[in-house]
Ligand binder design. Structure first.
Ligand code: 15L
Length: 269
């Protein structure tokens, strides 16, 4: 069967999501180029492996050569001190989009994060047109990525779908994780639609399954026609009394970002 792309690039292949997604990406392309800053071992059939530091522009240029589309999951994926976030998520995004522009690549799917909006209250319903309210340097770096990709759309017509991914691990263990859970199958369907929908321009979508009590309203990305099939309702309910009346003195339950909202700023003296 003909696949939609000849070669796609998947960055962050050694990360939590990278390891889980790897085997499923072959449906999209004849060749999947897997990239990570770490050594991820040898390529399997239909794969290429590239070790790449996103902060190094020459390495990024080489990593992007000859690909038709990019799934960008690379970079720092949690709240840490600013220096590594700056290298991988701020400078790394500039290097990536410069390479994308110079090489004529037309579409990127960017793994953004719900932490772009983490300072909204858990009682609020949030959509993609509302102002970003990041909950730390990590969330701010994802806001940067979303804005940078919007600029490359406005200026150069490079299409990007930014996915504000929720909690994408096999099983939610807290109420917050139940509300923000994204199943692997739903993520794969989101990737498929993000890659294959004919015109996406610059789209911001929330990566979340059809969970009870969702905080995120996705009507701004309706053109992707994504309908989540899974729901955290399949897991035993976790105690949620404190969420019925979130306590303003406990920011990790009062605000959507959970523990991220109190982790930072990590600025070494
Ligand atoms: C994220 O952006 C992180 O990359 C992931 O590890 C989770 O912590 C997730 O957010 C979350 O909000 O649970």
């Amino acid at each position: 069967m003909t696949k939609p792309f000849k070669r796609i690039l998947f960055t962050g292949a050694g990360g939590n999501l990278g390891r889980r997604l790897r085997e499923h990406l072959h449906a999209f392309a004849d060749v999947v180029r897997l990239a990570d800053v770490a050594d991820i071992g040898p390529a399997g059939p239909g794969e290429e492996v590239v070790q790449c530091d996103l902060a190094d522009r020459e390495q990024v240029m080489r990593m992007c050569e000859g690909v038709d589309a990019i799934l960008h999951f690379g970079g720092v994926s949690t709240e840490v001190e600013f220096a590594p976030i700056m290298q991988a998520n701020i400078l790394g995004m500039v290097n990536l989009y410069e390479a994308v522009h110079k090489l004529g690549i037309r579409r990127v799917v960017f793994a953004s994060s719900n932490h772009t909006m983490g300072m909204y209250q858990t009682s609020e319903r949030v959509d993609a047109a509302m102002p970003t309210r990041a909950d730390g340097y990590y969330g701010l770096s994802k806001v940067w990525g979303e804005n940078l990709s919007r600029y490359y759309w406005d200026r150069f017509g490079i299409e990007t779908v930014c996915l504000r991914i929720g909690f994408c691990f096999p099983e939610p263990a807290t109420h917050r994780q139940m509300v923000t859970w994204l199943s692997l199958d739903d993520l794969l369907e989101l990737l498929r639609r993000s890659l294959l929908t004919p015109r996406v321009g610059h789209t911001i979508a929330f990566g979340v399954s059809d969970n009870p009590g969702r905080w995120w309203d996705d009507h701004h990305s309706r053109h992707l026609a994504f309908l989540a099939k899974d729901s955290s309702a399949q897991f035993p309910d976790k105690p949620s009394e404190q969420f019925a009346y979130p306590d303003p003195s406990d920011l990790t339950t009062f605000l959507q970002g959970g523990v991220f909202v109190t982790t930072g700023p990590k600025y070494p003296s």
